[in-house]
Design a protein around this ligand. Structure first.
Ligand code: UDX
Length: 433
């Protein structure tokens, strides 16, 4: 089988590299020529554990992976084409901007020659895959292609493992022929007995949004429980642990913190709420999740400022800028939102992140970048742990103590044991405890 992946963003590159790892000849396409030139030299535009190794292996050793800026050239003899172009939130609305998907559809309609399965893998609102079919069919005979919805569930930082060992594969199809091709494609996962859920196209599209929105709701829920715990003297970690033992609830995504960020949850929840509005439905639950998440980082920053009476001239050490560990992605990062609030008040931010500093600085030029967590703590009035990178879990606390001016720690990811820190002399504040 020959595969084509159109769009070499995060999802596209992971998808392309992983299908090559499965053993398929895979061509990745992007209209950005300079990006393609870099990729041809195995230069990945983002940080993701394991991706460099896969790119190198399949570009240079197996030669199963290749890159081109030309859709026409790539799709000529393709069996399956994945669309993985960006679907950002439109500037003035909460809707997903699908213009890149439609552009690809027009291109495909001109260049597909033999029967081919066209798959939407980017997160797209319900109805998109069917509209895609309409656009392609303006130029291409209906017996020359089928459309399929096959959403991804990749988490940044562990995307390769998520691709290789998924909890499930969702296939939204409308013909047995395309379903069989997709099942064949994912045959390497039979060995680990990955469940395949076959549905209609619309159901598959909804599954993706419903899954992400549910996870975001879990986080939003536990964060508000955390606020209550702080008021009543309870401990949210113990609450979450006990809740999670109940199999109907489950323990995952119940970690209280500064709110969810990243390129998916905020965008997807907004787009899902918008889909509901368009159908005269009020997704009040998700609306509340979004609203509470939007104000959370600012509220946390203001709480810290009030608690320690921070003002102009104070310095804060901020550890972690990426929206989560193991990525350099700072899109919708709660850490940056918190930093902005401090900077507005004239407070200096000395910061360190293992991967996210360059992109964070381009968004917030006032950040003072440091070479290590310890350097960031130098003469600071407190330290805030905003992202739970492994290296922040094992800090030399005595060294941190030497560097800080005031021994105050705000552990926004609850990674430290309060009594341990208090013994060393720190004033400790976690979330929800
Ligand atoms: C998410 C989904 O998990 C993935 O399936 C989907 O396809 C893409 O979106 P990702 O955005 O990479 O993946 O990160 P994820 O690990 O889900 O975390 C999202 C945000 O929620 C982060 O800001 C994280 O810090 C936060 N989070 C997560 C919490 O605050 N608490 C938790 O318990 C879990």
């Amino acid at each position: 089988m020959k595969l084509v992946v159109v769009g070499t963003g995060y999802v596209g590159l992971i998808t392309g590299a992983c299908f090559a790892e499965f053993g398929y000849e895979t061509v990745c396409v992007d209209k950005d020529k300079s990006r393609i030139d870099k990729l041809k030299n195995a230069k990945c535009p983002f940080f993701e554990p394991g991706i460099d190794g896969l790119l190198n292996k399949h570009l240079n050793d197996t030669k199963l992976l290749s890159f081109t800026p030309s859709i026409a050239e790539a799709v000529e003899d393709a069996n399956v084409v994945f669309i993985t172009v960006g679907t950002p939130t439109k500037r003035l609305e909460n809707d997903a901007d699908l213009s890149a998907v439609w552009d690809v559809a027009v291109e495909l309609s001109k260049h597909i020659k033999d029967y081919c399965v066209v798959v939407t893998k980017s997160t797209v609102p319900v109805g998109t895959t069917t509209k895609l079919k309409k656009i392609i069919s303006k130029k291409l005979d209906l017996n020359k292609f089928d459309v399929v919805s096959n959403p991804e569930f990749l988490r940044e930082g562990s995307a390769i493992n998520d691709f290789m060992r998924p909890d499930r594969i969702v296939l939204g199809t409308e013909s047995k022929k395309s379903e069989n091709i997709m099942r064949e494609l994912y045959r390497p996962l039979n060995l680990i007995e990955t469940p395949i859920v076959s549905t209609s196209i619309e159901t598959s599209e909804v599954i993706k949004y419903a899954s992400n929105s549910f996870l975001a709701t879990k986080i939003g829920f536990i964060n508000q429980i955390a606020d209550l715990c702080e008021k009543v003297g309870a401990n949210v970690q113990d609450v979450a642990k006990a809740m999670g033992i109940d199999k109907r609830i489950g323990s995952k995504f119940l970690h209280a913190g500064p709110g969810f960020g990243g390129s998916c949850f905020p965008k997807d929840v907004k787009a899902f709420v918008n889909t509901a509005y368009k159908h005269d439905l009020d997704f009040s639950i998700l609306d509340a999740v979004m609203k509470s998440n939007e104000v959370r980082p600012t509220n946390i920053a203001q709480k810290i400022i009030k608690l320690k009476n921070f003002k102009q001239g104070n310095t804060i050490a901020l550890l972690g800028l990426s929206f989560k560990p193991n990525t350099n992605d700072v899109r919708d990062s709660t850490s940056i939102k918190i930093a902005k609030e401090f900077i507005k008040k004239g407070i200096k931010i000395q910061t360190y992140d293992p991967q996210g500093m360059k992109s964070a600085k381009s968004i917030l030029k006032e950040l003072i970048l440091c070479n290590s967590a310890y350097e960031a703590c130098r003469s600071a009035n407190c330290v805030i742990i905003a992202t739970e990178w492994n290296e922040f879990r094992a800090l030399d606390l005595n060294k941190i103590k030497e560097k800080l001016k005031d021994l105050v720690i705000f552990d926004l990811r609850n990674i430290y044991n309060p009594s341990e820190l208090e013994q060393i002399g720190f004033e400790y504040y976690g979330v929800g405890k």
